[in-house]
Design a protein around this ligand. Structure first.
Ligand code: FAD
Ligand code: GLY
Length: 374
């Protein structure tokens, strides 16, 4: 199995697949090594929200990366459909962030204010104005911020489309192949040791989601990722109940094509157990029906869980090892890895080509004391 690649990417989630897409398109010989199947973990579970404004309560430099990433989706969705035949279900009609009290509405107005100062559009709607647009929303909602440029995609389709695109451009995808360690000689990467043998490469990128800790130790022993489990469910309704997603402090209802409503998600740190519990279903359904009473008559479809990869430093580890030549990491995207996938792929490709001058990410990693050579 010891073929020689320019770059070996550890992990075939949306982040590894996006990096593979961008690097393969630039002519590099790439291997993606995945212990299960492509898009079988967090990237399969995600609701697919592109919630730049919905998810950021306070400004940080990642907000700027997120909005740059959001702008890449339109072109990407067309390009990926043309190249791979996969429709990523891109919807760009906006997201409502709702408030159930005057206090919550006041907080929304404050968030809207700083976001507007960065140039991002938003509109405050009273409860009545919201119900004019969305007549099925409960009377208990007193107002909403409408973010017209937020949107959503079908997350696993995007991850698969990235991987297919990479393969069409020459990448090799190794599924059911676990990376056991990174191989080095004299502070220089030479490849990866896998469950199926050695794969040689000049560069290695760690993109292993919630399983990255052991590999990240090559950077620093304080680095690591841990899982934050999220449980979701979906129901179906022939009646159109909602046109765009509603979001409320980490909870959301996302109308998907074909009358599906994805409802999520719980937040349970430090467990790799992906069981879905009855009390989580009760919590999610009660909260959803409280916002959209018509969901009572929707038909049950399914429930699932996934593991958000959170970094020990609460910012994604995206960069180049300061001393080990050829070692990179790109993981720890926590709640927003789908949204951040295009910019992460492009950023890593630029970094490998030494074209990268992302002072935003530099300031973020410096703030957290992360020793990268970006
Ligand atoms: P993963 O998709 O977990 O991929 C990592 C891969 O690495 C896995 O497939 C794993 O098998 C593989 N791997 C690990 N170790 C090894 C090894 N040693 N050798 C080989 N392979 C290995 N984000 C959004 O932007 N919008 C959303 O609406 C959204 N909703 C979410 C809802 C839930 C319930 C969850 C759980 C997440 C959600 N996210 C969302 C977050 C998003 O899903 C993640 O940030 C993103 O999927 C992370 O991608 P990844 O490629 O880093 O991780
Ligand atoms: N971003 C949605 C979630 O992580 O649940």
């Amino acid at each position: 199995m010891s073929k020689i690649y320019d770059i070996a990417i550890i992990g075939g989630g949306i982040i590894g697949s996006s990096i593979a897409h961008f690097l393969s398109e630039r002519g590099y010989k790439v291997a993606v090594i995945e212990k299960g199947r492509i898009a079988s973990e967090a990237s399969k579970a995600a609701a697919g929200l592109l919630g730049v404004q919905a998810e950021w309560d306070e400004y940080d430099p990642l907000f700027d990366m997120a909005r740059k990433s959001r702008r890449m989706f339109k072109g990407l969705s067309e390009k990926l459909r043309e190249k791979t035949g996969i429709d990523i279900g891109y919807e760009e009609k906006g997201i409502y962030r709702i408030a159930k009290s005057d206090e919550a509405a006041e907080k929304l107005l404050q968030i809207m204010k700083w976001q507007q100062q960065t140039g991002e559009e938003s509109h405050f709607l009273s409860g009545a104005a919201l119900r004019e647009k969305e007549p099925n929303v409960s009377q208990s909602i007193v107002g909403a911020a409408y973010y017209p440029t937020d949107g959503h995609v079908i997350a696993p389709e995007l991850a698969r489309a990235f991987a297919h695109s990479a393969a069409i451009s020459g990448a090799e995808i190794y599924e059911q192949t676990e990376v056991l360690d990174i191989q080095m000689e004299h502070n220089r990467v030479t490849g990866v040791v896998t469950s199926e043998g050695m794969i040689s490469s000049d560069k290695v990128i760690i993109a292993s989601g919630a399983w990255s800790t052991k590999l990240l130790r090559h950077f620093d022993k304080s680095w690591g990722t841990y899982p934050v489990k999220g449980e979701l469910l979906s129901v179906k309704s022939y009646k159109p109940l909602l046109t765009i997603p509603v979001f409320e402090d980490g909870f959301y209802i996302v109308p998907k094509r074909g009358g599906r409503y994805v409802i999520g998600a719980t937040v349970k740190p430090h467990t790799y157990n992906k069981a879905v519990y009855a009390e989580s279903i009760q919590y999610l359904m009660e909260r959803a029906i409280g916002i959209l009473p018509g969901l009572k008559e929707a038909e049950w479809e399914t429930a699932w869980a996934g593991l958000r990869p959170q970094s020990q430093h609460s910012v994604p580890y995206m960069g180049k090892h300061p001393d080990i030549q050829g070692l990179y990491s790109c993981t720890g995207h926590y709640r927003n890895g789908i949204l951040l996938s295009p910019i992460s792929g492009e950023y890593m490709a630029d970094l490998l080509e030494e074209k990268q001058t992302n002072s935003l990410l530099d300031s973020l990693t410096r703030r957290e004391g992360l020793a990268f050579k970006n």
